[in-house]
Design a binder for this molecule. Structure first.
Ligand SMILES: Cc1cc2nc3c(=O)[nH]c(=O)nc-3n(C[C@H](O)[C@H](O)[C@H](O)COP(=O)(O)O)c2cc1C
Length: 405
């Protein structure tokens, strides 16, 4: 006698059928997408289909660059880019604050004539989208800040160069073919700090962005955990002198960032330089008022992309009270979690003059160098242009709080 037919009970259960179907669908994603029923299944499949773009033109949004960047970067460098502080709650708060703002669209206004141009300190840019200062671009791509400068040049975006850049302000300005804004971290040595200011001035820099949100330190746990996953010998590149590959910062022994920062320092900077002084890292109405009192020329509403203090407060949540204090007297820029044209539109509607992005353009840089940065900027521009058309706003000046629900 042959083997008996297996009893019906041993056939796959309903759930097992579903698991097998999903497995099959994951093997043939385009077909599978049609059969997905839950949002989670759809997300899983969608990610599989669009994962691993091989050219910037394939990206549908800036997050497509994030996946490529993560796959290309060593864990410690990815950790440096991705980290927040403590539980990374403020990173998420930046995104949540933006998502919680709802938009009202207007209809039957010719959407084909959108002008995104934006003027800051007398200079007009094609869009209000700005590159935030991010340190050490060569940790993300061998061409580092030069690749970013070429992208900023080809798309004509304002680039803010970090104090801890891996390429000097002289070389970046030459590659950009125009002045950038220079971001300043105060050093514990005034002469070394003044040297950076003078070098920026000497190449025609007109605006200095003074970052004030890290003086008390920051507890970057995600970075420390990711470092432990990195099996490479970090001291092949990083020496005990943390500023060795940072051409703007003095290599002298004992040089550190200044911890004892107070408003007096703002006065000192104002008295030292002819450059416009923009203070970055302001989050409250009280400090916005103090900026006005101390003659600051502009502010960046910023929590350092959730990597300074764990406030749990998104920058977009902070923006209204600050715009209300500033009352248009000086430009208000903002950053933290801006990933889409609609995000940028919301900040402009509340009253920001320009919106800076940090991690997204670094995802582009790490993925495809200059072309990656250009790809990210193009997506953000296209998306902003689209939402402006949908809202019937022909210029940035027309975007106001009436478009917020
Ligand atoms: C890897 C990394 C390095 C950064 N380095 C600097 C810096 O050198 N100076 C500075 O003022 N801000 C620095 N920032 C903060 C950014 O300028 C900006 O505030 C933040 O990235 C905006 O948030 P987003 O990344 O969510 O767009 C850095 C941010 C990241 C992610």
């Amino acid at each position: 006698m042959g083997n008996p037919t297996p009893p019906l009970m041993s056939s796959p259960s309903h759930l097992e059928h579903r698991r097998l179907l999903l497995k099959f669908m994951l093997g043939s994603p385009l077909l599978g997408l049609t059969f997905c029923t839950t949002p989670a299944e759809k997300k899983e499949l969608t990610e599989k289909i669009f994962d691993g773009i091989t050219d910037p033109s394939q990206a549908l949004d800036v997050f497509d660059f994030e996946k490529v960047a993560q796959s290309k970067l060593p864990p410690a460098h990815w950790g440096y880019l991705a980290t927040g502080v403590n539980d990374d709650i403020t990173i998420q708060a930046n995104r949540d604050a933006i998502a919680n703002v709802k938009l009202k669209m207007r209809r039957l206004i010719d959407p084909t004539q959108v002008d995104m141009s934006t003027t800051l300190f007398g200079k007009t840019w094609p869009t209000p989208i700005v590159l935030s200062p991010v340190s050490s671009h060569r940790a993300f791509h061998p061409e580092g800040e030069l690749a970013t400068a070429r992208a900023a040049k080809s798309k004509n975006h304002l680039q803010i160069l970090s104090t801890v850049t891996t390429t000097s302000v002289e070389d970046v300005t030459a590659e950009r073919g125009a002045p950038v804004w220079y971001q300043l971290y105060a050093l514990n040595d005034w002469d070394a700090t003044k040297d950076m200011i003078q070098r920026a001035e000497a190449v025609g820099t007109e605006v200095m962005v003074f970052t004030v949100d890290l003086a008390a330190g920051s507890n970057r746990i995600t970075l420390e955990r990711m470092k432990r996953l990195d099996t490479r010998q970090c001291n092949n590149c990083h020496s005990s002198n943390r500023f060795e590959h940072k051409p703007m910062v003095s290599n002298a022994e004992g040089i550190e960032f200044e911890e004892k920062l107070t408003w007096d320092y703002v006065d000192k900077l104002k008295a030292t330089t002819k450059m416009k002084l923009v203070v970055k890292g302001i989050e409250t109405a009280e400090d916005a008022a103090l900026c006005l009192k101390h003659g600051v020329d502009g502010i960046v509403v910023s929590n350092h992309g959730g990597r300074a203090s764990e406030t749990g407060r998104g920058t977009l949540d902070c923006l209204p009270e600050m715009v209300d204090v500033i009352q248009g007297k000086i430009p208000v820029l903002i950053d933290g979690g801006f990933r889409r044209g609609t995000d940028i539109f919301k900040a402009l509607a509340i009253g920001a003059n320009a919106v800076c992005v940090g991690r997204p353009y670094i995802w582009g840089l790490a993925s495809f160098g200059q072309q990656g940065v250009e790809g990210v900027l193009q997506i953000l521009r296209d998306e902003l242009e689209m939402v402006m058309g949908q809202a019937g706003t022909k210029t940035v000046a027309e975007i106001n709080r009436s478009f917020l629900a």
